[in-house]
Design a protein around this ligand. Structure first.
Ligand SMILES: NC(=O)c1ccc[n+]([C@@H]2O[C@H](COP(=O)([O-])OP(=O)(O)OC[C@H]3O[C@@H](n4cnc5c(N)ncnc54)[C@H](O)[C@@H]3O)[C@@H](O)[C@H]2O)c1
Length: 315
């Protein structure tokens, strides 16, 4: 049985990843401070005898060393982070600690305690407003926020440890992730959780710009599978990999699906483009496909309908 550590386990992506790993027969230790995560997200996981919950800071080296020594992890999925780009502007020192220093702490503990595989949650934000789409892993990164800079620096450091000490470091650059348990109140929250929340309440949504801006939306269940395979697949080479679909969906296309689901919804408001908003974001999924045989399986139309229906069921 594989024993793995998941940091940020009580978060949006973390809780889905924990469930995927448990379903695959792993023993999972989930660590979280509950800074932005919620214990309710782990309700399914906590019912499993193979899950251990630890409320702790992933940057608390002594506490983490005790866990590494106790469980002798086969792999670590490091998701814990400061996830809000605006907060990273307001709190650069906290961003440095949570998004860079903590990744270093976890990587050094992996080396010290013989844990070979570290999967790190990076972000498509490292690309910035890249001129050529789709974004390919070999493109020159152009981080435009403290958040993106810290993610890129963490990737560089982990790959440096891979080259220097043989750590198996897999950095996954997530594109726009959506799905159940994403907090619509969070400033970082994806547009889809905000839209779903407002359509359900019969409130109008606001689109900044003409609605033709597009994103590469990935369902969180597909991301959980990418995380799990990257942890468990023995032959996975160290490196950076996009987690994306390779398909661009415009906000107007998104709105058309909501209109079918909520025909009585009030008209959409269109407002000025917000400064700093990227017009198009699209990833090239080829590298992860080549390394893992992975491609996203949940179509956007199906994923969005499921999200809306799950929201309705929670009312
Ligand atoms: N959601 C997206 O679209 C997206 C896109 C790109 C990258 N990411 C990255 O994916 C990861 C998970 O993000 P998410 O969307 O699930 O956000 P989330 O806020 O739901 O999850 C992050 C979790 O980390 C926990 N945490 C924060 N600091 C911690 C610490 N020091 N020790 C232990 N736990 C701590 C939080 O309480 C939270 O549960 C993050 O690294 C984020 O940067 C997410």
């Amino acid at each position: 049985m594989h024993t793995v550590l998941v940091t940020g386990a009580a978060g949006f992506i973390g809780s889905h990843s924990v469930e995927w790993l448990l379903a695959r027969g792993c023993r999972v230790v989930g660590v979280d401070t509950l800074r932005t995560g919620r214990l309710e997200n782990l309700a399914v996981a906590r019912a499993s005898p193979h899950f251990a919950w630890v409320q702790a800071d992933a940057g608390d080296e002594a506490a983490m060393r005790a866990l590494f020594e106790c469980y002798r992890f086969d792999g670590v999925l490091h998701l814990a982070a400061l996830v809000s780009v605006p907060e990273s502007f307001r709190e650069p020192a906290l961003n440095y600690r949570l998004n860079l220093a903590n990744a270093d702490c976890i990587a050094r503990l992996c080396l010290e305690c013989g844990c070979k595989r570290l999967v790190f949650a990076s972000s498509a934000a490292v690309y910035g407003a890249a001129a050529t789409l789709p974004n390919h892993e070999l493109a020159l990164p152009q981080p435009q926020s403290p958040y993106a800079a810290a993610k890129l620096a963490a990737e560089t450091m982990l790959l440096g440890y891979a080259a220097s000490y043989g750590l198996e470091a897999v950095c996954l650059r997530y594109f726009n992730i959506y799905g159940p348990r994403q907090d619509p109140a969070s400033p970082y929250s994806g547009v889809l959780s905000i839209f779903t929340d407002r359509f359900r309440q019969g409130l109008p949504v606001t689109v900044y710009g003409d609605g033709e801006q597009s994103r590469d939306f990935v369902a969180v269940q597909d991301v959980a599978r990418a995380n799990g395979l990257a942890l468990l697949e023995a032959a996975m080479p160290s490196g950076c990999y996009n987690v994306c679909t390779g398909r661009a969906v415009s906000l107007n296309q998104v709105l058309a699906i909501y209109r079918e689901l909520y025909p009585a919804a009030p008209a959409t408001r269109y407002d000025e483009v917000r400064v700093g908003d990227i017009r198009h974001s699209l990833g090239d999924p080829a590298a992860l496909r080549a390394a893992l045989g992975y491609s996203a399986q949940i179509s956007f139309e199906m994923g969005l309908r499921e999200l809306a229906l799950a929201g309705d069921a929670r009312k």
